[in-house]
Design a protein around this ligand. Sequence first.
Ligand code: ACK
Length: 984
Amino acid sequence: MDCIPPVLSLVFFSFICQGHLTGYQSNEVNLLDSKASQELGWISSPSHGWEEISGVDENYTPIRTFQVCNVMEYSQNNWLRTNWIPRNSAQKIYVELKFTLRDCNSIPLVLGTCKETFNLYYMEADEDQGDMFWEHQFTKIDTIAADESFTQMDLGDRILKLNTEVREVGPTTQKGFYLAFQDVGACVALVSVRVFFKKCPFTVRNLATFPDTVPTDSQALVEVRGSCVNNSKEEDPPRMYCSTEGEWLVPIGKCLCNTGYEVQGVSCQACRAGFYKSSPGNLRCSKCPPHSHTQQQGSDHCSCEKDYFRSAEDPASMACTRPPSAPRNVISVINETSVILDWSWPVDMGGRKDVTFTVVCKRCLPGQRQCEACRGAVRFLPRRTGLRNTTVTVADLLAHTNYTFEIEAVNGVSSLVPTHRQFAAVTITTNQAAPSSVAVIRKDRTSQNSIALSWLEPERPNGIILDYEVKFYEKQEQETSYTILRAKGTNVTLNGLKPDTTYLLQIRARTAAGYGASSPKFEFETSPDSFSISRESSQVVLIAISSAVAVILSVAVAYLLLGRFCSYSKSKHPDEKRLHFGNGHLRLPGIKTYVDPHTYEDPSQAIHEFARELDASCIAIDKVVGAGEFGEVCSGRLKQPSKKETSVAIKTLKAGYTEAQRRDFLSEASIMGQFDHPNIIRLEGVVTRSKPVMIVTEYMENGSLDSFLRKHDGQFTMIQLVGMLRGIAAGMKYLSDMGYVHRDLAARNILVNSNLVCKVSDFGLSRVLEDDPEAAYTTRGGKIPIRWTAPEAIGYRKFTSASDVWSYGIVLWEVMSYGERPYWEMSNQDVIKAVDEGYRLPPPMACPAALYQLMLDCWQKDRNNRPKFEQIVSILDKLIRNPSSLKIIANTPSSPHSPENLLLGWSTSDIATFHSMGDWLDSTRTLPCKDTFSGIGYSSCSTLPKTSAEDVKQVGVTIIGPQKNIVSSLTELETHTKNDPVPV
Ligand code: ACK
């Protein structure tokens, strides 16, 4: 070192303070760093060549450097060799040199030997060779020149640049190597030597850890498989590639936090208490849903509170729920052997939307406390379980049998609480029903003129089969003429048939309840002539048949004539003939037909034919419930020997009656006693042999329908209302099938029991004339309930089932308006006139359009256009089965009942009958007009006559007709007083 001028020496030391040493990257692993050691111990050869000097770096940390500057001497060959550097796992090795180098031109007096480069060498060795150093064994890596050399010698302002050069070593194969620096006459200071290799450092990507990875020496990427962090699992195997530059590339796949754990940074942490995570994934934990909790950390679900549950299908995010409460307000509408059950939704649905209903049917045998599960082919429509609506029809029950139906509400968690059954029960008794149809008919024998047939009893006889009706006719005759036979058993031989002819045949069974449905048509053929039986026998058959037909015909004709004679001589209403020729055919014996008690010479004979005599001691009267035409109506109990005590209504005949009054009073029982239908009030019997004379009927807890509806205004569901109407229609169908015309069908004459079953009552013969306070005298002297009666019945006493249908329409209106009085306070005279002119009652509030249409159909002027009761029942059944059809609400009817037409239909007296103009406008459903009339300042009927045509035009009635009509009506109003009696 002696040869280095002090000036140069200074140069080397001072740069360190001004230069800057950049830090190395984190993916670089050092094998050697000269700065890190104070005692390098490198070998310098010759010894006056490279010189080791102590200095400080930019942070004033002491470092060791080497320098050489023999520029003044020739033939320089100075070597500096590092210690042995183990290679470790490195494949690709880098050497980073930091040095300063002096520009030869800047050195004064320099010889021609001055150099500006030095050489870098390496030598591989599997182990440390000690101090042995043979230059010739080294391999040159590169000649190192300075990018930045310094020339300035101004000590005060020297800008010295540190050169950094990096070279790759290798490829290496042995365990280690040496580096050597050869100087051939330059002025160089080796500030630091760093030997390193690159690696891809440990990292966490997509919740997978990737270890430190050393790249290969080649250009190929190293594929590395990641491992999921704790509490996570692989969704897709995590992988990454480590590049030769020590960089991670292309992350693929990922891990997801386990259930109960959520992502926080690069790890999965347990959910806190009160939180849960039910699925693997990188979502956050969620708060426990309502009615659930968890006290533990890392929960994958929250447990339900006591009495709350979660079904297997419920997601963990759903609130815990519970079974629903029981259904409410079960009502039953019985029709022979079927029943429509209807109920309201439970108050508590348990917090779920999947509530359905299950119906359990139990048959209760008389005298037995326990009921047994229904057996046999009971049908549930639409089904028994999983009902989504609050109604079901149960069909094919046994006739005259007690049943209990349990309607259970269930939801998705009900099965988790098997002991918790929430149901509402209803007990019913089915009625008499006609037998089902004969399904199987067998041909036993055929001959030229006869056929022997047998068949199976109907599947549901619903009672004792009295006989079978066998109807047959020639196929080509198309039923224009046919023969009817009656068979006691299940076989018959038809004689007197034509040879080689095709016949059609139908059979139906008859019980006390009437005929069942006919069997399907059965076709058979008689044998051709060649199979003929003897001539005599066929003649005998023919004579027998002719005689039988002759006998039947003469009996029928005699019966008909007698009936006509009796009805003409006895009936007060010549229009009403009790013998019928249904469809041109004589009503055959066996079909139940109403018999007018007045056709009996001795009325007491009729009463004892149709009504049972009760012993007065069996009857206990409790209280008076109302007043009838002939005396009080009481409630009480009937206890007949070997029968259960039942609640009854007792109509009494007041003392001091005349014989005619007694006969009229009892005629109601004679009529009622002929009926047996769930919607007709049932007669228990009469007391005629002691006083007071009494008629005892079943007790109807809710009394008359009109007052019942008024008391419960707006409280029933539409289905309940339609159920009641259906019952009334079914009762009326039965009456019309029996040939009975009621003449006073009105809500006041319908009784309602505790199950909301409606039954037709009030059958007295004279009551239409005398008993009904609604009845008014007509111009012909009769007394008629005008508002309920069809125009032809008012006009010329044409009382028929079709006029009953008109009255049914009014009952329909009464029911839908909760007992409103038809035509309000209009006088009878005005009602007759308005109806005659085409006016019809408007739809009651919130009345389904389908029901209003039915009303209008019942009020067809031409009675032939009105529906039959059978059709009404079927329409109502359809509505009940399809409750959504009741959702369309009737508006103000359009033509021919548009506001204009309605107004046209009114006369001044119409208007006079209303309490106020508002009532009238309300009733005509011209509410917009009402508002606008108010707008033009009417306040009472007296101010309206002053209304001009212009005013009427103002309120939007622009058609000339209605304008004139309203104005003239309003003007005439002055001349009428409100309650003028109008003779009819
Ligand atoms: O509306 P209500 O209570 O029901 O008042 C009348 C009254 O008697 C006069 O007819 C009541 N009534 C009539 N028949 C019966 C019956 N079978 N059950 C209960 N109440 C009845 C009717």
